[in-house]
Ligand binder design. Structure first.
Ligand code: NAP
Ligand code: G4F
Length: 346
């Protein structure tokens, strides 16, 4: 019998890599997706199988972590062995504009899911293991560098405060109800599937488009902030490894290296042989009321116990993202040419 996994946030960056990993391991994968007026399944389109063919499958269910009854129905229908809670309003800057909504999705959403799993486990006696997507943003204005599992949380945004809430709800479900819940404390992880408004993808997409004449400027906020950037494909493996251990625990997942936004710009624009200083302008609207200046993780515990280590380093990650955005920009440029021809013909 193949294992059954439920993934919330399956249409997001991590959800798509995690679904790939679980399907490759023979899992039956179920994803929760929100109803939207437009398609949101671009990142997982390649994972659909013909329902008539045998083998591991991906099934999608409409739902929302703010709808506890819907979550309970999905869980009782599919009877998962593992649940991965990746759903979130995950943009830190946006959380300052939508603090209550962010807290509802990130904190109460996680609690809704934990309670649904607990009730299912109690009603059926089936063990369900839960992964809760924690974030290095929880360290915020941290007093120590690098940060590890013992570093106190000092969150600096509505998003980070909500993640801290979800973290402790997960710990409390483990201690109070003996639920098998792991918190991953993941540092920034990126990929060609990263949302276009996070700084890395914003930069690699702009470098590619500028090099093809599709864009002339790039507006950014704080260029001095430093982050520990890894590859999302490596990080979802750590999520899975956490749930394979007999004992539930919390783990930092990071590369151990931090780079500034400026260094990311250097590397990305070097890939297209341009100098970013000729194109980048600052716009105060991308600054945060409270900034997290530097995050760098110590993943020693994950390395020793899971065991896990990242495969993709900083330079390889940046190049991978720029190359993917160059392909997309070339397609866009070709489309622009067709549009121009149609306009002339029309
Ligand atoms: P992402 O690309 O922004 O994906 C977020 C996912 O959550 C999307 O599928 C989104 O659906 C879904 N979602 C949002 N609100 C929801 C709701 N109310 N109910 C159900 N689903 C909802 O984020 P990501 O980068 O994959 O990150 C995955 C998780 O890890 C998030 O919890 C994030 O906070 C956390 N995290 C990320 C990083 C990182 O560097 N990437 C680091 C640490 C922690 P739509 O497609 O409909 O918007
Ligand atoms: O790419 P960012 O928006 O990522 P941030 O805030 O670190 O959050 C990401 O990583 C967290 C893990 O630590 C996740 F929990 C969270 O869900 C998300 O995935 O910003 C990175 C840095 C910040 O210091 C920001 O101020 O880049 C700086 N930055 C400078 N200009 C910018 C911009 N960030 C964005 N998004 N857009 C800019 O124009």
């Amino acid at each position: 019998m193949s294992k059954v996994a439920l993934v919330t946030g399956i249409t997001g960056q991590d959800g798509s890599y995690l679904a790939e990993l679980l399907l490759a391991k023979g899992y039956q994968v179920h994803g929760v997706m929100r109803r939207s007026s437009t398609f949101t399944t671009d990142r997982i389109e390649h994972l659909y199988h013909d329902v008539h063919e045998p083998g591991p499958k991906l099934e999608l269910h409409y739902g929302d972590v703010l709808d506890p009854l819907g979550l309970r129905q999905i869980i009782s229908d599919i009877k998962p062995d593992e649940v991965y809670n990746l759903a979130a309003q995950s943009h830190v800057r946006t959380s300052f504009d939508t603090p209550v909504y962010t807290a509802e999705v990130v904190a109460i959403g996680a609690l809704n899911l934990l309670e649904a799993v607990r009730d299912f486990r109690d009603a059926t006696g089936r063990e369900v293991r839960v992964y809760q997507a924690g974030s290095s943003e929880m360290f915020g204005n941290a007093l120590e560098l690098p940060q590890n599992e013992k570093t106190p949380f000092r969150p600096r945004s509505p998003y980070a405060c909500a993640k801290v809430h979800a973290f402790w709800q997960a710990v409390n479900h483990r201690e109070a109800y003996d639920l098998h819940v792991c918190n991953g404390i993941l540092f920034n992880h990126e990929s060609p599937r990263r949302g276009e408004t996070f700084v890395t993808r914003k930069i690699t997409r702009a470098a590619a488009r500028i090099s093809l004449g599709l864009q002339s400027r790039l507006f950014l906020g704080n260029l001095e902030a430093k982050r520990d950037w890894g590859f999302a494909g490596d990080y979802v493996e750590a999520m899975w490894l956490m749930l394979q251990r007999g004992v539930a625990d919390d783990y930092v997942v990071a590369t151990g290296e931090s780079h500034s936004v400026e260094e990311f710009l250097d590397e990305a624009f070097a890939c297209v042989e341009l100098n970013w200083r000729d194109f980048v302008k600052t716009d105060a609207k991308y600054l945060r009321p409270t900034e997290v200046h530097e995050l760098r993780g110590d993943a020693g515990k994950a390395r020793a116990e899971l065991p896990w280590r990242p495969e993709v380093g900083f330079k390889k990650l940046v190049r991978m993202m720029v190359e993917s955005d160059l392909l997309a920009a070339k397609k866009e440029a070709a489309g622009v040419e067709v549009d121009k021809l149609e306009a002339i013909a029309g």
